[in-house]
Ligand binder design. Structure first.
Ligand SMILES: NC(=O)c1ccc[n+]([C@@H]2O[C@H](COP(=O)([O-])OP(=O)(O)OC[C@H]3O[C@@H](n4cnc5c(N)ncnc54)[C@H](OP(=O)(O)O)[C@@H]3O)[C@@H](O)[C@H]2O)c1
Length: 319
């Protein structure tokens, strides 16, 4: 790889990750993936010498401190926090994490949660707690309709995994998409048709002004009574009070939530102890440094060679 910065020196990657253990893991992973890339912590770098900046939950204004950046690299698939930084220079490419391991991890999480609801685990668990022998029949996968909101890198792969298991799968995106074996819908005009009959709804949308608060009372009302929700996207997609009301009324029978408006979820938050809510601590799919660094090195290589990166977020779309 031509890792020259263009100024006759090796390209410099600065890492802005608050957690020092995680930051060290990423430094090692980049050193292994690109041995002659200079990698150092953002606060030790000469700002004018930095070509690329790896960001994760860094304070607003971090990218603006580095005047010669060729791109900002996101440690996660979602770039909402980076794009929300008012100081991020216009036109600076923001590269999303797109990585096979991240995609596989998400598909496994979705499959795990869909199977829990499909096989009626909440009822079985309640029966066991009550020492009740209560056989419940589950339909076969082909009799179960699962809906995936977002048919991007993660949503399309999860949809295909579910379809391969025999589920009837519907998907919803912003623009028209064709995914083999999936019934696809797009845009606000087709949302109601998408939701009709969906018994298990999975959210894998990016967080944008259009998608914030989408998991709300009107959407829950468009699902069949007793549907289940899996939100593995962002906490801001969910109107929390609407979910609690839908659970209380029985419109929604259960929910698995992986992302929250406040993280860590505060100890006194009602979700922790709600009998119909499963809380997981934003682990649906973690980016693994070894494969994640390889993916980002490939993007840096393209940029240094003057080619367009494959996974730049669109400022216009917001994802
Ligand atoms: N919990 C976790 O551990 C975890 C891990 C990784 C990622 N995530 C979340 O997952 C999200 C999705 O990641 P990804 O890589 O799959 O994103 P992506 O490839 O950008 O795909 C996004 C999908 O959402 C659709 N979409 C966007 N805005 C929409 C709208 N207004 N209405 C309908 N559909 C809309 C897009 O439609 P088009 O196809 O028309 O563009 C696309 O299909 C990330 O943004 C992140 O928040 C969570």
């Amino acid at each position: 790889m031509n890792r020259q910065s263009g100024a006759g020196r090796p390209a410099v990657l600065a890492i802005a990750i608050g957690d020092p253990v995680r930051a060290a893991e990423w430094r090692d992973a980049f050193a292994a993936a690109a041995p002659d890339l200079a990698v150092l912590p953002a606060d030790e770098a000469d700002p004018a010498a930095v070509d690329f900046l790896l960001l994760w939950r860094a304070p607003p204004g971090t990218a603006a401190r580095f005047p010669r950046l060729k791109a900002v690299l996101s440690l996660g698939a979602g770039v909402d926090a980076i794009l929300a930084d008012p100081a991020i220079p216009a036109g600076l490419p923001v590269i999303r994490m797109v990585d096979e391991a991240l995609t596989q991890g998400m598909s496994e999480y979705v499959l795990w949660q869909v199977l829990r609801y499909h096989r009626r685990e909440p009822e079985l668990a309640a029966a066991q707690r009550g020492r009740r022998w209560a056989p419940v029949a589950a339909p076969l996968a082909g009799e179960r309709c699962v809906g995936i909101m977002g048919l991007g890198e993660l949503g399309a792969a999860a949809a295909c995994r579910l379809a391969a298991c025999g589920f009837r799968v519907k998907g919803w995106s912003r623009s028209a998409r064709e995914v083999a074996g999936i019934a696809t819908f797009h845009g606000p005009a087709q949302l109601a048709a998408f939701l009709a009959g969906v018994e298990i709804l999975v959210c894998l949308l990016p967080l944008t002004p259009e998608t914030a608060g989408v998991l709300s009372a009107p959407l829950f009302a468009a699902l069949p009574r007793g549907a289940f929700l899996v939100n593995a996207a962002r906490g801001e997609h969910l109107v929390e009070a609407d979910l609690l009301a839908a659970l209380a009324s029985g419109q929604i029978a259960g929910a698995t939530l992986d992302a929250f408006r406040a993280e860590p979820l505060p100890p006194d938050h009602p979700f922790w102890s709600h009998p119909a809510i499963i809380v997981t601590p934003h682990i649906a799919s973690l980016t693994r440094p070894a494969s994640g660094a390889r993916s980002l090195v490939a993007e840096m290589r393209r940029i240094l060679a003057g080619d367009a990166p494959l996974h730049a977020a669109s400022r216009d779309r917001g994802y």
